[in-house]
Design a protein around this ligand. Structure first.
Ligand code: SAH
Ligand code: SF4
Ligand code: F3S
Length: 470
C-alpha cells in the first residue's frame, strides 16, 4: 500500500511543526540551534535511510554536528549483517551512558536492522534501558511522532513493527552530495539465503511503483543530480509483484530518458534473477554504467546450494560470459563469504577458481558470521576460526594481484570521471569515479567537484589510479 509522509491522514507534519517550534524557542533563548549526531552502519540502504533521518531532523529544526559530545540528539542507525557490527553498537552505547550522565537532556535514539531482533531488544531492555527512542526499519517515517511522544511524556518510546506492507512516499531526505543520489526502488528481501539476517529484519519484498520512482528521479535531476543509484536487496526482481508487473530493464530505460541524469547505477543484483533483457538494457542504454556488483558468495555449487543461492558455479560463469559478450568493457565486483558451515578445502578451491576466471575489479570479502535465527546458524560442521582466517588471507592473496592486472588495461586511457570530492592524496587534488567505478585522484581545483571531466589514467595503484586532467 502506498502512503504519503505529508498526506492529511498520515502526516507527520503536526509533530514536525511542534518540535520545530520547541527548537526555535531554544534557539531564541540560547543563540544556538539544537544539534544532532547521526551515525550510520551497514549498507547503502541504511545510508539512504539515514539521509531520510537527517532530512526529518533538519525539518524539525535541528542542525548537524560531527561529534556526540556536542549533540542534543544522538541517533545510531544500526546493522546486524555480521556480529562485529552489533558489538560496535553495544560499545558505543556504553560510552554514551557517560555522556547522558553529564547531560541528562541528551536524547539517545537507536534504529535500523539490529533492533528488529527480539534477542537484541531483550538485551537492550536489560542493560541499556537509558536509550530513549528505539524504532525499526518499518516505521522510520514516524520519527517525528515518536520524538514528540517522548518529549511530552519523558518516558522511553520503543516502537518496533514486525512487518509492513506499506511504502511511504515523499519523505524528506538530505543528500551528502548535491550531484549524486540514492533512490530506493524496492524494500525487503524474499530470498532467504541461509546465512543472511536481512529478510528477517527488513521484511518481505515490496517494489515502489515506476511512476513514483521516475517522479523522484525527475525531481532530483531538476535539483542538479547527475548520477543516481537505484537501491534494492535484489534489484533484478524489481516490479515482479506490481500490477501490471514492470521489468527492472524497463525502469532503467525509462529513467535514462530523464534529462540531466547522466549516470545510472544500481545494486544489488542477484545472479539468479539477472535476465538477458537486463543485459540488453545495460548494453543499449548509454547512461547505465558499465559496472555491475554481482555477488557470488562461494564458487562451490555444493555450498551455493546449502546457502540457498539458487545458481551453480557454472551458471554464474555463463552469466559473466554473457555480460562480457554484450558489454566488453564491463567491470564486475562481488561479495564472497569464507568459512560457511561445511566449507571444505575443495569448496574453497572452487571459490579461488572463480576469482581466477572472472577477474573482478573489486571484491568485498567476509568471514562467515553466525546470525541467530538463520538456518545456517544451526548447521553442523561450522568451520573453525583459524581455518577460516587462513582461507580469508589466501583469498585476498589471489584477488589483489588480479585486481591490479585488470586495471593495467586502463593505463594511458582517457576516461570520463565524475569528480566527487577533494582528495586525501594531497593539496590541489580531487577524486572521482569512472563509469566503471574506478577511483581516480588527479590535480584539479574544488570547482571541478560535481562535473564530469576527461582524465588520463597514468599510474595504477591497484585500488585506485593517479591521473591527469586532459
Ligand atoms: N542483497 C545482497 C547482499 C546484502 S548483504 C545480495 O544478495 O547480494 C551484503 C553481503 O554481506 C552479502 O552479499 C554477503 O556476502 C555478506 N553477508 C551476509 N550475511 C553474512 C553473514 N552471516 N556472514 C558473513 N557475511 C555475510
Ligand atoms: Fe541476504 Fe540473500 Fe536477500 Fe541478499 S538476497 S539480502 S544475501 S537473503
Ligand atoms: Fe546491515 Fe540491514 Fe543493510 S543488516 S547490510 S544495514 S539491510
Amino acid at each position: 500500500m502506498r502512503k504519503n509522509y505529508r498526506s492529511a491522514f498520515f502526516s507527520q507534519e503536526p509533530f514536525v511543526q511542534e518540535i520545530r517550534a520547541w527548537n526555535e524557542s531554544y534557539e531564541k533563548e540560547t543563540g544556538r540551534k539544537r544539534r544532532f549526531f547521526c551515525f550510520t552502519m551497514g549498507c547503502q540502504m541504511n545510508a539512504h535511510d539515514s539521509e531520510k533521518i537527517v532530512g526529518m531532523l533538519t525539518e524539525m529544526g535541528y542542525e548537524p554536528t560531527t561529534s556526540e559530545e556536542e549533540a542534543d540528539f544522538v541517533i545510531y542507525n544500526t546493522c546486524c549483517i555480521r556480529e562485529n557490527a552489533e558489538q560496535k553498537v553495544y560499545g558505543k552505547l556504553g560510552w554514551l551512558s557517560h555522556l547522558k550522565r553529564r547531560n541528562p537532556y541528551l536524547i539517545i535514539a537507536l534504529c535500523g536492522c539490529m533492533v528488529q531482533q527480539d534477542s537484541v531488544l531483550e538485551k537492550l531492555k536489560k542493560s541499556y534501558a537509558y536509550v530513549d527512542l528505539v524504532f525499526g526499519t518499518h516505521n522510520l517515517y514516524r520519527l517525528p511522532a515518536l520524538l514528540e511522544t517522548y518529549l511530552n511524556t519523558g518516558e522511553p518510546v520503543w516502537d518496533i513493527w514486525q512487518e509492513s506492507k506499506e511504502i511511504v512516499e515523499d519523505m524528506p531526505s538530505t543528500r551528502g552530495r548535491a550531484f549524486q543520489a540514492s533512490v530506493n526502488i524496492m524494500y525487503g528481501c524474499n530470498n532467504f539465503c541461509t546465512y543472511c539476517i536481512v529478510p528477517y529484519v527488513r521484511g518481505r519484498e515490496r517494489s515502489r511503483s515506476m511512476a513514483d520512482i521516475l517522479e523522484e528521479v525527475r525531481r532530483l535531476a531538476e535539483d542538479g543530480v547527475k548520477e543516481i543509484l537505484f537501491l534494492g536487496q535484489n534489484v533484478n526482481s524489481y516490479g515482479k509483484t506490481l500490477t501490471p508487473p514492470v521489468p527492472f530493464a524497463t525502469l532503467l530505460r525509462e529513467a535514462a530518458k530523464i534529462d540531466g541524469i547522466e549516470r545510472i547505477r544500481f545494486m544489488t543484483s542477484h545472479p539468479k534473477d539477472l535476465s538477458d533483457e537486463l543485459i540488453a538494457a545495460m548494453a543499449e542504454t548509454k547512461k547505465v554504467c558499465h559496472y555491475l556488483h554481482l555477488p557470488i558468495q562461494s564458487g562451490s555449487s555444493r555450498i551455493l546450494k546449502a546457502m540457498n543461492r539458487r545458481y551453480t558455479k557454472q551458471q554464474y560463469l555463463d552469466l559473466v560470459d554473457r555480460l562480457r559478450a554484450a558489454i566488453p568493457d564491463i567491470f564486475l565486483s562481488t561479495d564472497i563469504i569464507v568459512g560457511f558451515p561445511g566449507e571444505t578445502e575443495e569448496d574453497f578451491e572452487e571459490t579461488l577458481d572463480v576469482v581466477r576466471r572472472v577477474g573482478y575489479a573489486t571484491a568485498f570479502t567476509f568471514l562467515y558470521s553466525k546470525r541467530t535465527g538463520t538456518p545456517a546458524a544451526v548447521m553442523e560442521n561450522q568451520v573453525d576460526e583459524e581455518t577460516a582466517h587462513q582461507r580469508f588471507d589466501r583469498l585476498l592473496a589471489e584477488l589483489n594481484p588480479r585486481i591490479h592486472d585488470l586495471h593495467e588495461s586502463l593505463v594511458g586511457q582517457v576516461l570520463d570521471v565524475l569528480v566527487e570530492e577533494e582528495s586525501r592524496q594531497g593539496q590541489g587534488m580531487v577524486s572521482g569515479r569512472t563509469e566503471q567505478n574506478t577511483l581516480v585522484h588527479f590535480a584539479a581545483g574544488p570547482e571541478s567537484i560535481g562535473q564530469i571531466v576527461p582524465v588520463r589514467l597514468t599510474q595504477n595503484k591497484t585500488f585506485y589510479f593517479i591521473g591527469e586532467r586532459i
